[in-house]
Ligand binder design. Structure first.
Ligand code: SF4
Length: 501
């Protein structure tokens, strides 16, 4: 009997940008008595079904974007006589669906770190329950990933998690509902040990794959300070201090290690935090800008963000403190108008954003937006190929709509075309070359151009285009660009590197 862990994907690029951390964490959770699990990341290569034998146990992790491929893989594996167990955000939200459509023997909701060995054991003994709940484990119980199982030369950046959960409540995001609003912080010892292991292997770029690296904003502290009972304030101060302690430890690692993370724009008001990020070599952050207008921010319950010129100043503050911003923008909000697209593109350039992604509003399961949209759409009863649009992740990729919510003034094609145009402009060669000045030398500029083009091929052309030829072309280009780009991100291994005291 072997244990397999599969990250399903309908597109494979041969080389991927970031390591799918969950695979290596569940590998760590797999008891040694079953041997090392066989790991398949389909963003690299598709699963070879003949590698699965009757009696094997297979864990499949799904989010809404890859659930359909995950179910296909699950059914195929079950036919081969193996036991199929699902986990991940989508399985947490729709466990019955995985049982019904994905050939699941069991489904794990919530965090898998602790419950995974129990589920394997129950499955092998034949007495498994259909649904398990792994709950939300505390930071101290989160496992270190088994990076020793990583295939060589396949990933550009490694990923390490430092905190799970986000105290905000954006309407388009499911993180605060699935991972919870209470930040669950990992110890800096565990985080630094993993980073040192990755640097030993030659990884120089590490994504701190957190829901929100800045979980305590100044506004939260002020609000807590107004209360007579100081328990909340003290808890928040402890979390904040822990962030500083972690950044202090990162700053003592080899200087060629570069970190990226994900934070809210509020961090720009916290100069002390930005300075600590700079010292820790956290050189980039994905910042959810979402909308450049106050109306747009209200649409998504994100009015703690800034709009207009104030937004430009905020974003520039990151750059002034050495943190490059990957700005994330959403198009298709009810208050968006045709001129919003150009205004957003212009603002992204003006605000010195180093990278940007422009996504179309999609009602993802588990979000407040989805709940409202589902109620409205159920009345209409729209189906595509016999599948209700409210289950859009089950619609085959080629027929899946790109825009889901009826817009007051623009049609779906207009929103899609305008979004595509913004991507095309932002990632045009002259614009990329101009932005590449942020790197120190020619090699850096080349890496910047390659990663920008790759990013666009992987995420824009395969995600927005409806034309299958364009998607296929993008996949081909991404396959060509990915290997040389990966080489630019790697470094000579440091096998003797020790964890700093
Ligand atoms: S979008 Fe970001 S800030 Fe908003 S709830 Fe999700 S993780 Fe938190």
């Amino acid at each position: 009997m072997r244990v397999h862990l599969i990250n399903p994907s309908h597109l494979a690029f041969g080389v991927a940008v970031i390591t799918p951390r969950w695979l290596y964490v569940l590998a760590a959770a797999t008891p040694a008595e079953y041997g090392d699990p066989i790991i398949v990341d389909e963003t690299l290569e598709q699963l070879k079904p003949e590698t699965i034998a009757p009696g094997d146990v297979v864990g499949i992790g799904i989010h809404s974007g890859n659930a359909l491929r995950g179910y296909e893989v699950g059914r195929l594996i079950r036919e081969r006589g193996a036991t199929v167990i699902y986990g991940g955000i989508h399985a947490t939200l729709y466990p019955e669906e995985a049982l019904e459509l994905g050939g699941a023997h069991a489904v794990v909701k919530g965090d898998g770190d602790r419950i995974w060995p129990l589920v394997i054991k129950a499955c092998l003994e034949g007495g498994q329950q259909p649904i398990y709940d792994g709950g939300r484990i505390e930071g101290g119980s989160m496992l270190k990933a088994r990076w020793d199982l990583l295939p060589p030369e396949r990933y550009m950046w490694a990923s390490v998690q430092t905190v799970r959960g986000c105290p905000k409540h954006c309407s388009f995001c499911s993180v605060w509902r699935t991972d919870g609003q209470k930040p669950r912080v990992r110890s800096s010892d565990a985080v630094v040990e993993e980073i040192v292991e990755l640097r030993r292997k030659g990884f120089r770029f590490i994504a701190l794959a957190d829901d929100n690296f800045y979980p305590v904003a100044m506004a939260d502290l002020k609000m807590a300070d107004r209360r007579e009972d100081k328990t909340t304030l003290n808890n928040l101060l402890a979390i904040r201090q822990e962030r500083f302690d972690l950044m202090d430890r990162l700053s003592r690692l080899p200087k060629d290690l570069i970190f990226f993370t994900q934070i809210t724009m509020e961090a720009a008001e916290d100069i002390e935090f930005l300075a600590a990020m700079k010292k820790a070599n956290i050189k980039g952050a994905l910042v959810g800008v979402e909308s450049v207008t106050p109306e747009g921010l209200k649409d998504i319950y994100k009015d703690f963000n800034f709009a207009g010129e104030e937004l430009v100043q905020r974003l520039k503050l990151f750059r002034e403190h050495g943190v490059h911003v990957l700005g994330s923008f959403i198009f298709g909000l009810p208050s968006d108008r045709p001129e919003t697209f150009d205004a957003t593109a212009a603002l992204a350039q003006r605000a010195d954003v180093t990278f940007a992604q422009f996504v179309m509003l999609t009602p993802f399961p588990g979000t407040v937006d989805f709940q409202r949209w589902e109620e409205a759409m159920e009345k209409e009863g729209t189906k595509i190929g016999g599948i209700p649009i409210t289950r859009h992740w089950l619609i085959p990729q080629a027929q899946r709509p790109k825009v889901y919510s009826p817009h007051p003034v623009m049609g779906p094609d207009e929103i899609r075309n305008r979004t595509q145009k913004v991507w095309d402009d932002f990632y045009s060669l002259p614009n990329i070359w101009k932005r590449s000045k942020v790197t120190p030398n020619l090699k850096g500029r080349l890496a910047f151009v390659l990663i920008s083009k790759l990013y666009r091929q992987m995420y824009a052309n395969t995600g927005i285009a409806t034309d299958s030829a364009r998607v296929a072309r993008a996949e081909k280009w991404a396959r060509l660009l990915a290997p040389p780009t990966r080489r630019l991100f790697s470094a000579a291994p440091m096998p003797d590197l020790q964890v700093p005291n």
